[in-house]
Ligand binder design. Structure first.
Ligand SMILES: Cc1ncc(COP(=O)(O)O)c(C=O)c1O
Length: 462
């Protein structure tokens, strides 16, 4: 039987086909805005692909290229302004191919040294953006969810190590009502209770509100409380909690201070808004997603700790066959010791290559472009009679409404634009003074989005 690992004419042809597709796709500045199809329809169009003998690379690739890739939305489409889109640089995408081709295990220095060295160079830059002390460091994860989870586990284990009583309690953490859904899900994963602090219409968590909440806790809940999670750029509105005063409260109350800057963290590199993050340098841990506003391909998150020892105590795995990796002879930094995963892809490598190629100044400019587009959209909305700004843009998020529209109008407009292959802009909800309404939202990440794109989308609401 033919070996799957042999190089033959079929492998060569398949390689050429795939490289040609990859080059075309990477160099395409305006990819088709694909849309989903029902599974039954895909079944009809594609049929069975997994068979005993295999259908061959040419056929499988043709099905993917001509049908399946078109049934998905490219996150880097310049008029994809929904959720948190992405816009990986061409250098980063290409290096994602290199990362796969290089087959390096990224868990331990002993086997991954050269790749981990590159990741660590990129990490040094990330850490420098936060202003944390030089002892701080971090690792790349599969995304913000895994980074938040890794940090929460480190925080809880540190708290448990403080005294035996803490080991008996169910842990409790506080976050704001604007926190990302993954915080609530990850609290469930670690079986911790969670309190959402209402900001009473202030749109962000402040030290004052936090202190009042802590003061109002029962004695037992105060003992259970181990961490506060602030947000450095809420996903819905780009709001940054008042990190400075929250840090002061955490210090006074001896609580772990985590900042979830999965979306907003990229803006730490933007001089025009850096001051909004003041206080982040006092965090015990921080989440930043390079696959959001630092132009990495999926998937790449990062968790940074002020004190790596706390993370290592929580995450380092032990096992007879792992001892050799921890030996002096292995000579270096082991990413597996600082987050939840053992075997890991070197997911920081594409970021490293792109940063090394373009330099940090180019990153700064590309991030400022997202902020500039948000400002432009805000001004444009203010100048158009049929739409209205809900609040001033927060980072690169713009919340706005179409006057006299109900939720069905927003939904129809979204689907209509998507079906036409014109744009993906989705509805969201906004609550103020206990009143929730359906509105729309732009989130700008892609520096290739133009002012004309913004105007055309707004005009499509007329
Ligand atoms: C603030 C924030 N935290 C966490 C996450 C979860 O990150 P991921 O989807 O990379 O797991 C997101 C995703 O949008 C986010 O915006």
């Amino acid at each position: 039987m033919k070996s799957m690992h042999a190089i033959d004419i079929d492998t060569v042809e398949m390689t050429l086909d795939i490289m040609k597709y990859a080059i075309n796709r990477i160099s395409n500045t305006n990819p088709e805005l694909g849309s989903p199809k029902k599974e039954e329809l895909l079944d009809k169009l594609v049929g069975t692909t997994i068979t005993e003998k295999g259908i061959g690379g040419e056929k499988a690739f043709q099905l993917f290229r001509d049908i399946l890739a078109k049934a998905a939305v490219p996150v880097d489409h310049p008029r994809h302004l929904a959720f948190v889109p992405a816009a990986p640089t061409r250098a980063a995408i290409l290096f994602d191919l290199v990362t796969s081709a290089s087959s390096i295990h990224g868990a331990y220095w002993m086997t991954g040294a050269g790749g981990i060295y590159c990741e660590n160079q990129a990490m040094k830059w990330l850490v420098s953006l936060t202003g944390l002390p030089e002892t701080a460091f971090g690792v790349f994860t599969s995304g913000g969810t895994a980074a938040n989870l890794s940090a929460m586990i480190a925080a809880r284990e540190y708290w448990r190590s403080l005294n035996d009583e803490n080991k008996a309690f169910k842990a409790l953490l506080i976050t704001s009502s604007g926190a990302h859904s993954s915080i609530i899900s990850m609290a469930q994963v670690i079986d911790a209770d969670i309190i959402l602090v209402d900001d009473h219409g202030e749109d962000r968590l402040t030290g004052d509100f936090l202190q009042k909440k802590i003061d109002g806790l029962s004695a037992i809940d105060r003992k259970r409380l181990f961490a506060v999670i602030a947000t450095g750029g809420t996903t819905n509105a780009g709001i940054i909690d008042e990190l400075d005063t929250i840090a002061q409260v955490c210090e006074k109350e001896n609580l772990w201070f985590h900042v979830d800057a999965a979306y907003g963290g990229g803006a730490l590199a933007a001089p025009s808004v850096r001051h909004l993050f003041n206080g982040i340098e006092k965090a015990d841990s921080i989440t930043i997603d390079p696959h959001k506003w630092l132009f990495s391909p999926y998937d790449c998150g990062a968790v940074i700790y002020k004190n790596l020892d706390h993370a290592r105590k929580a995450h380092s795995q032990k096992g007879a066959y792992l001892d050799i990796f921890k030996d002096e002879g292995a000579q270096g930094f082991n990413p597996a010791d600082y987050q939840i995963q053992l075997t890991r892809r070197l997911r920081g490598l594409p970021l490293w290559f792109s940063l090394a190629m373009h330099g940090t100044k180019t990153y700064e400019m590309a991030i400022e472009r997202g902020l500039e587009l948000a400002k432009f959209a805000g001004e444009k909305i203010n100048s158009m009679p049929h739409v209205e700004l809900v609040r001033e843009p927060g980072l690169s998020c713009v919340l706005f409404e179409r006057k006299n529209w109900n939720p069905t109008d927003y939904r129809n407009w979204t689907y209509d634009n998507h079906k036409k292959g014109f744009a993906l802009v989705t509805p969201t909800k906004w609550t103020k003074n206990n009143k929730t309404k359906t509105i729309s939202r732009f989130c700008f990440i892609n520096p290739d989005t133009t002012e004309e794109d913004v105007v055309e989308i707004l005009e499509s609401m007329k």
